[in-house]
Design a protein around this ligand. Structure first.
Ligand SMILES: NC(=O)c1ccc[n+]([C@@H]2O[C@H](COP(=O)([O-])OP(=O)(O)OC[C@H]3O[C@@H](n4cnc5c(N)ncnc54)[C@H](OP(=O)(O)O)[C@@H]3O)[C@@H](O)[C@H]2O)c1
Ligand SMILES: [Zn+2]
Ligand SMILES: [Zn+2]
Length: 373
């Protein structure tokens, strides 16, 4: 018989878990593996709330494993390193994103595309090499192979840079890969949520012209004045959409729900690229004629590999790109999820794990000593 989550590993851990698809999270005692030679242990301080967490706790993609501790925008302080670890020392700031493992040998892994490895292991809702479930960042600590841990430059504030680890890399990677990061290009960003607002910020840092395409007219002023977008289209206003036809080199589509693609395809110039990063739970309708006639491309992209994630963090630190966050205590999570479902967040909830996750004593009491020393 398999062991309970509390007993399968030697180190006590505590978090909040979903037990079924009701969307309810509650306190959860579980365990983490001992720190291996190549492992880094992190005391988690902040964790971003991604819309994927919401899709997953409600089993909207049909592949949820319960109990589930969500969270893949994890930042904290290194409290232990294995003897073969080279990139980290105790006391360093570090982060963990969507991935905690892959085969490390296939063509994707060899080309820094671990996220496209057929054996990649997600930070939660997956099974690790040892056969036990992975649990994410709505928890007090995590043990991860250093290959999947990201270094955080000193000047990046942890709470507002946690979302870079999923929202940031998920929009940065396709802009680079699909040639949509060249200064002067005109990029559309569909959906102004966690991913969308990061796309605006990275695009502006790359020197692009940016048009936000949104269902929320109330976001216009902020999009332009605070986030730096050049223009704003209300996607449900046919007049505005008509006037902007054929103006964009590419679009990063971050929309989390089923939505029509034709109006977006029509915004593209000939040879333009519509890159899907949002992950609606049902298939979208793809009209083919406008693609043929404009030789347009519809593509997809999943967060990013480890090398590119580090490159993105270093770029963000250099250009002061961080998320606009609403820091919340752990017990606000249900309200946060309700608001996220209604696109009512400016623009990422980040859980203050360090101060609000009330855990039983689990051996992390020496953190203060480490941080002061
Ligand atoms: N590819 C990947 O690897 C990857 C990584 C992370 C997340 N994701 C997926 O990306 C999506 C977005 O994640 P997120 O965390 O950025 O979510 P989010 O903060 O909720 O943002 C999604 C935005 O989509 C727009 N939207 C929502 N419902 C809509 C509807 N019915 N019609 C049109 N627009 C709608 C809203 O923007 P407006 O108010 O501006 O319309 C909303 O703010 C999710 O599906 C998530 O699972 C994928
Ligand atoms: Zn995510
Ligand atoms: Zn691989």
């Amino acid at each position: 018989m398999s062991k309970s989550p509390e007993e399968e590993h030697p180190r006590k851990a505590f978090g909040w878990a979903a037990r079924d698809a009701s969307g309810i999270l509650s306190p959860f005692n579980f365990s983490r593996r001992a720190n291996g030679d190549e492992d880094v242990t992190l005391k988690i301080l902040y964790c971003g709330v991604c819309h994927s967490d919401l899709h997953n706790i409600k089993n909207e993609w049909g592949n949820s494993i319960f109990p589930m501790v969500p969270g893949h925008e994890i930042v904290g302080i290194v409290t232990e390193v294995g003897k073969k670890v080279t990139k980290f020392k105790v006391g360093d700031k570090a982060g963990v994103g969507c991935l905690v493992g892959s085969c490390r040998a296939c063509p994707n892994c060899n080309q820094d595309g671990e996220i496209y490895c057929s054996e990649m292991i997600l930070s939660y809702n997956a099974i690790y090499h040892d056969g036990t479930p992975t649990y994410g960042g709505y928890s007090d600590m995590i043990v991860v192979d250093e290959h999947f841990v990201i270094r955080f430059p000193e000047n990046l504030p942890l709470e507002s840079s946690a979302p870079l680890l999923c929202a940031g890399i998920t929009v940065y990677s396709p802009m680079k890969y699909f040639g949509l990061s060249k200064p002067g290009m005109h990029l559309g960003v569909a959906g102004l949520g966690g991913l969308g607002h990061m796309a605006v910020k990275f695009a502006k840092a790359f020197g692009l012209k940016v048009t936000v395409i949104s269902t929320s007219p109330s976001k216009e002023e902020e999009a332009v004045e605070r986030l730096g977008a050049d223009s704003f289209l209300v996607s449900r206003d046919p007049k505005q959409m008509e006037a902007a036809k054929g103006t964009l080199d590419g679009i990063i589509d971050t929309v989390s729900a089923v939505h029509p693609l034709l109006p977006l395809i029509d915004l593209l110039k000939s040879h333009g690229k519509l890159v899907m990063v949002g992950a609606p739970d049902k298939p979208l309708e793809l009209p083919v004629f406008p693609l043929l006639l404009g030789r347009k491309i519809v593509a997809g992209s999943a967060s990013g590999g480890m090398k590119e994630t580090q490159e993105m963090i270093d770029f963000a630190a250099k250009h002061n790109v961080t998320a606009d966050v609403e820091v919340i205590p752990m017990d606000y999570i249900h309200t946060a999820m309700e608001r996220l479902a209604k696109a009512d967040v400016r623009y990422r909830f980040v859980i203050d794990i360090g101060n609000s996750l009330k855990a039983p004593d689990n051996g992390n009491a020496n953190l203060n000593q480490i941080m002061q020393g």
